[in-house]
Design a protein around this ligand. Structure first.
Ligand SMILES: Cc1ncc(COP(=O)(O)O)c(C=O)c1O
Length: 468
């Protein structure tokens, strides 16, 4: 114990020093060959080692090689800095080390509160038990689509869990070409078949073309297929676009489709004054996947599945073996009945700490600050003769490209820019394909990013491009 106390104090000092030093260091650097070999090639120690030695290793070999997402000029993918309150309580969750499968201890009770808070923040309906925390949005999507699949089968008078899908009309899922890959993975995993995921076209703002959705559903029905679910996006990963959720909800209601919304990255954008109108209809969805480990900065990993009808998830997953029967579980049963995980980590503590430390006003400030940065970058891009804006800004992502010359291989150039920028260590952005073109995208999640950082980003792109 004394050993743990001394080492714990040392660990706390390392945490504080690391976080304080992040803004002054490079955003990212490649891991040197020797270090890579040390990290991946080491042998399991034959005998145990003292805690102090472990910390020395972490200090020497782990902390110097971060992904970069703690830095205010990290704009890659959708990876936020860790919220300090979330960092603070992580060791305490480990010290308790519960399984939040269910039972009467702090973890499951806190999870109920945190899930309700997330529903309240996003304006999603919240019946008791209407959701659970997951490893991330990919898992939340699996939960929601499994619930949708079972509900559709039951509506048709059969049981997908009992019978499997063989011999039934194919269940069809609708997503846009901007829909996240996790929707496709979930569909494949659930046995729907990749060919039964329809790609709905998008408009010029990369939002679902709802007239096309309606036509595709009609065509599938006429062909004897079984449209069962449409997945809209509340913040696409490429450009942050929000689909016309209200109009999608109308189509879903007309055809009895489950309406799922992927708000993994962008659901909290609904708290932004300018963005809020784009989210009309979010509260009409059957399910919403969102990621506290994205915009909120809850330390990875924490996703959340919110469900209008919690019973739908329970119908898709509940399977309680005799050794887990809990007479005292109450009407809602155990959390493990609502998803595929049995032993479940204490994700609620870091999420509770993050939300409590920010408060509602802090979350709103974070959303306003970061969406404001995305809009400002878009204005800078539009003013600059050597950049081109590729999509309207709705949330906190700006999609654009570098156009130092109007002709030439702009796709090749923009494909090469992200790594060239990353390697310089002064900013970090990533690329994508948008509307058939190679694009740069900057995603803003860090509370300390400033407008000066945006100027640095554009200059870094210019310098890196010249060297290509
Ligand atoms: C829009 C969107 N949906 C889903 C996901 C998948 O989330 P996770 O990585 O937490 O599984 C992401 C991840 O970036 C995303 O941006």
């Amino acid at each position: 114990m004394t050993d743990l106390r001394a080492a714990g104090e040392r660990a706390a000092a390392l945490v504080a020093a690391h976080l304080a030093g992040v803004p002054d260091g490079p955003v990212w650097q490649p891991v040197p060959d020797g270090e890579r070999a040390w990290l991946s090639g080491q042998e399991l120690p034959a005998d145990g080692r003292p805690l102090a030695d472990l910390l020395a290793d972490v200090r020497a070999h782990v902390l110097p090689h971060p992904m970069g997402n703690g830095h205010p000029r990290f704009f890659g993918w959708v990876n936020s800095p860790p919220n300090p309150a979330g960092v603070l309580v992580e060791p305490l969750a480990a010290a308790l080390n519960p399984s939040c499968a269910g039972g009467d201890h702090a973890g499951p009770h806190l999870e109920r509160a945190v899930v309700r808070w997330l529903a309240e923040l996003t304006g999603f309906p919240h019946p008791p038990g209407g959701g659970l925390l997951t490893s991330g949005a990919s898992m939340a999507t699996i939960v929601c689509l499994a619930a949708a699949r079972q509900r559709a089968a039951r509506a048709d008078g059969w049981d997908a869990r009992e019978e499997g899908l063989a011999g039934r009309p194919p269940f069809v899922l609708y997503v846009t070409e901007e829909g996240h890959s996790c929707l496709h993975k979930a569909a494949q995993l659930l046995g729907l078949g990749a060919r039964n995921v329809r790609t709905v076209p998008v408009d010029a703002a990369y939002r679902m073309d709802v007239a096309a959705l309606r036509a595709m559903v009609a065509e599938d029905l006429a062909a004897g297929r079984r449209p069962f679910c449409v997945a809209g996006s509340a913040g696409t990963v490429n450009s942050g676009a929000v689909d016309p959720l209200d109009a999608i909800a109308d189509v879903a209601a007309e055809h009895g489709l489950w309406f799922h919304v992927d708000g993994a990255y962008g659901a909290l954008g609904v708290l932004g004054e300018d963005a809020a109108p784009h989210y009309a209809g979010l509260d009409r969805a059957d399910s919403l996947a969102l990621d506290p480990h994205k915009w909120l900065g809850v330390p990875v990993g924490c996703g959340c599945a919110l469900l209008r009808d919690p019973g739908a998830a329970r119908a898709a997953f509940s399977l309680v073996p005799s050794y887990l029967v809990d007479e005292n579980a109450g009407d809602l049963g155990w959390l493990a009945e609502y998803g595929p995980e049995q032993t479940r980590p204490f994700r609620a503590l870091k999420t509770w700490a993050t939300l409590s430390s920010l408060g509602r006003s802090g979350v709103v400030r974070l959303v306003e600050h970061t969406t404001g940065l995305a809009r400002t970058l878009a204005e800078m891009v539009e003013r600059a003769p050597d950049f081109e804006l590729l999509a309207p800004v709705v949330t906190s992502i700006t999609a654009f490209r570098h156009t130092p010359a109007r002709s030439g291989d702009l796709d090749g150039l923009n494909r090469a820019i992200p790594f060239a920028v990353q390697a310089r260590g002064n900013a970090f952005l990533t690329g994508t394909r948008l509307g058939g073109r190679d694009a740069l995208r900057a995603c803003f999640l860090h509370p300390d990013t400033t407008e000066r950082d945006l100027e640095i980003l554009l200059d870094e792109i210019r310098v890196a491009a010249k060297g290509l």
